[in-house]
Design a protein around this ligand. Structure first.
Ligand SMILES: [Zn+2]
Length: 741
């Protein structure tokens, strides 16, 4: 009796195991089928994705049985049934959220149901990744182990996304639809009405249309109304509410399938309205977000079945003290001013953001966090923030964040762009995932035998960054870290690790090219640091420059930074601007005396930098001397009377950093350093180009000039014009060098 019971239990257990198994293919022949339980297009997409990969893995083509098929009522053993239709009605779906899914085996069949959205397609991705060994790394870059027989074990999994909206950046998002699906990412235009998702004030109430007749619709500060595409609204003006309501109404009517729209400040800081009414609200709320949330709440009440998203960014980052955003107000909170060498809770700039996040999370459970894992000025520079990704994402999750944009340098050649998007996508889906394990999985899968060397590279750099005590800033130059994580002794180790990585996969051109592409940020950093060194090894740099140029062409790297400067232009510029020349200008080492001194720390630095013979790079953070909101004036002392024909001042043009070109430069000469004679006054036109550039303002005299002293008077733009983000606020001009020849 006892033996029989044990035997029966054993047989029962064994038959459960056997019954649970589902054969999809045997010896390259289809055994299972894919059955669609609905006519839904996402379910069809899921079925086709599954069919395609099973074909690639096993050679077997599983039939897709659609709704109109005569056999649709009769499911069979080994079927995979996709969709929330009647064939799957026994599977519970109540606990599945949008884009989430359940995969469960019952009676020799696999059932896939979803919580709507892309859930069924994402379920197929999980099935392929976890049970069929497919990994999708990058643009049409994926791997699997071929096998003619595919048998699935018993499956019972349910997954819901960590965030209802997940957005990141990567070049393959626009070129490879499977890449986007696989990483479970969304584009703003799929969700936000008319793709109005950020900085929409000037689109909704264009200053070009209303500014002249109704300056009162726009911000009042510095004593006047400031209509302009970068200024903000007077949020207490009742007409503004009415006009914007009408605009939203027409946009929602034209986009009936969309549920959310952004009504958000233009880019720029402290351009908000400070009229008596707006200021009174902000004072009461003890935050500039006060008048904004009062306004957005009124707007949200007009559209009770829609969501209005607004920015908590720069001057509005801090939450209001009294008013609470209505439930259909979405707060898009941005961590732009936080440094990234450690997680957000670990440094002062991060804690300021965390305080704002916790404040918003007390009054809203509808928060969108826009986080930055990018160096905007240098995409091709190491940005070792991988170690903080998990902690930061879990912090957002804990604080009611439901939507998340992880902005990263996802362009071609961007620092480990493929791994970066892969890791943030995995973490946005599952915030509990471990960053370090994810990194190792990616490195092993994407670089093969080179993985251990690249893992060491990342870990050494992570330690070097933290150990250096320097911040990791989103506007760094490689030069910012030349005495820290990019110092010569470390650069030698990084290069040695990359050499060994290349050696390890030298017989596999796919892996090797991936390593070459991932090495670009190290190469660019070496070049950019070398231009600041006096003892440049010209031949070695020439060689490195040529290799870099060859590789950026090979990998079609078109941009170095947010301002779309091209790497090939950089290479060309390097030859003309940074390579040492035989001819030494008369101005080299000339003593500088300021009549109108540069701003702050630059007054001291400028005494050497302006005549050191070294040109500055594309970020103002090194090699440049700045004046803010004022004109500039200084003299050069050439030591004794000299003969020359050319005077040049080199300016930086970088609108994103509020660095505008001057309006005028006037050159004068003198022998005693007191009585100057003007030789040329040069007006300089306004320039709205968003690219970073270097602008030389040069006077060439017909006949040689003789003088010991040269005076340079610069008339700055001083106040940012109406078209600029900083409208109404002081702007800078920056000079790296004055050259006299
Ligand atoms: Zn106002």
């Amino acid at each position: 009796m006892k033996h029989t019971l044990v035997l029966s239990l054993f047989l029962l257990f064994f038959s459960v195991i056997l019954n649970a198994q589902i054969a999809l293919s045997e010896n390259g022949k289809a055994v299972g089928r894919i059955v669609l339980s609905t006519g839904d297009s996402i379910d069809l997409q899921a079925a086709e994705l599954l069919q395609d990969f099973i074909r690639q893995i096993s050679g077997a083509e599983l039939p897709i049985i659609t709704q109109d098929h005569k056999e649709i009522r009769k499911t069979r053993k080994n079927d995979i049934i996709i969709g929330n239709g009647t064939l799957n009605q026994d599977i519970i779906t109540e606990d599945i959220t949008e884009d989430g899914f359940r995969i469960v085996t019952l009676s020799h069949r696999v059932h896939i149901v979803s919580g709507g959205g892309h859930g069924s397609a994402y379920a197929v991705v999980t099935l392929l990744e976890q049970y069929l060994g497919v990994s999708y790394w990058g643009e049409k870059e994926y791997s699997f182990t071929p096998t003619e027989t595919i048998i699935l074990p018993n499956i019972n999994i349910t997954e819901n996304p960590g965030f209802r909206y997940r957005q990141s950046q990567h070049y393959a998002l626009s070129t490879d639809p499977i890449y986007k699906l696989w990483n479970r990412l969304k584009n703003p235009d799929e969700v936000f009405a008319a793709n109005y998702w950020v900085h929409t004030f000037d689109k909704l109430l264009p200053s070009a249309v209303y500014g002249t007749d109704h300056p009162e619709y726009y911000s009042f500060f510095n004593g006047k109304r400031q209509p302009g595409q970068a200024s903000q609204w007077c949020l207490t003006n009742p007409d503004v509410l009415e006009i914007v309501t009408a605009r939203l109404d027409s946009i929602f009517k034209a986009n009936p399938d969309k549920h959310i729209i952004s009504v958000s400040q233009n880019d720029g800081n402290f351009t908000n309205c400070q009229c008596d009414q707006c200021k009174a609200i902000d004072d009461y709320e003890e935050a500039y977000s006060g008048s904004l949330i009062h306004f957005i709440n009124k707007l949200a009440d007009r559209f009770p079945d829609k969501e209005i998203s607004t920015l908590a960014y720069l001057y509005t980052m801090k939450p209001p003290k009294h008013v609470k955003p209505h439930p259909n107000v979405n707060i898009m909170l941005c961590s732009i001013n936080s440094d990234r060498e450690v997680s957000l809770t670990e440094n002062a700039s991060g804690r300021e953001f965390v305080e704002a996040l916790e404040g918003w999370s007390k009054i809203s459970d509808n928060i969108f966090v826009w986080d930055y894992g990018i160096n905007f000025d240098n995409y091709l520079v190491p940005f070792p923030n991988f170690h903080i990704l998990g902690d930061n994402i879990r912090l957002f999750k804990k604080n009611n964040v439901t939507m998340h944009f992880s902005q990263i340098a996802g362009s071609r050649g961007g620092d480990f762009a493929e791994m970066r998007t892969w890791m943030v996508s995995k973490l946005m889906w599952n915030p509990a995932a471990d960053s370090d394990s994810l990194m190792q999985v990616f490195l092993n899968g994407y670089y093969g035998d080179a993985a251990p060397y690249l893992y060491s590279y990342h870990k050494i750099m992570e330690g070097a960054l933290i150990g250096s005590g320097k911040r990791l800033w989103i506007y760094d130059s490689p030069v910012s870290h030349k005495e820290g994580m990019l110092k010569p002794a470390l650069m030698r180790r990084y290069n040695a690790l990359f050499d060994r990585a290349e050696e390890a996969v030298s017989n596999d051109s796919v892996y090797l090219k991936r390593i070459w592409r991932s090495r670009l940020p190290l190469q660019y950093s070496e070049l950019d640091i070398a231009r600041t060194e006096r003892d440049m090894d010209v031949n070695a740099i020439e060689e490195k420059l040529n290799l870099f140029e060859q590789r950026v062409k090979m990998f079609k790297v078109t941009t170095l930074n947010e301002r779309l400067n091209s790497p090939l232009d950089y290479c060309a510029l390097y030859h003309t601007r940074y390579m040492p020349t035989e001819e030494k200008p008369l101005s080299l080492g000339a003593k500088v005396k300021f009549l109108v001194a540069p701003t702050g720390k630059y007054a001291e630095m400028g005494k050497i930098t302006l005549t050191d013979g070294l040109y500055g790079g594309m970020t103002f953070t090194e090699g440049w001397i700045g004046w803010e909101g004022i004109d500039g004036s200084f003299t050069l002392d050439l030591g004794c009377q000299q003969q020359f024909t050319t005077i040049t001042t080199d300016f930086l043009h970088q609108l994103g950093a509020w660095i505008l070109q001057p309006l005028n430069v006037t050159y004068s000469i003198s022998d005693d350093g007191e009585n100057f004679q003007e030789v040329k006054s040069i007006d300089n036109p306004e320039d709205k180009d968003s690219q970073v550039k270097f602008v030389e303002i040069t006077y060439v005299s017909d006949k040689p000039l003789k003088a010991r002293y040269i005076k340079v008077d610069v008339t700055g733009t001083k106040i940012c014009p109406h078209w600029h983000y900083g409208v109404g606020h002081p702007c800078w001009f920056f000079i790296d060098e004055v050259i006299v020849k």
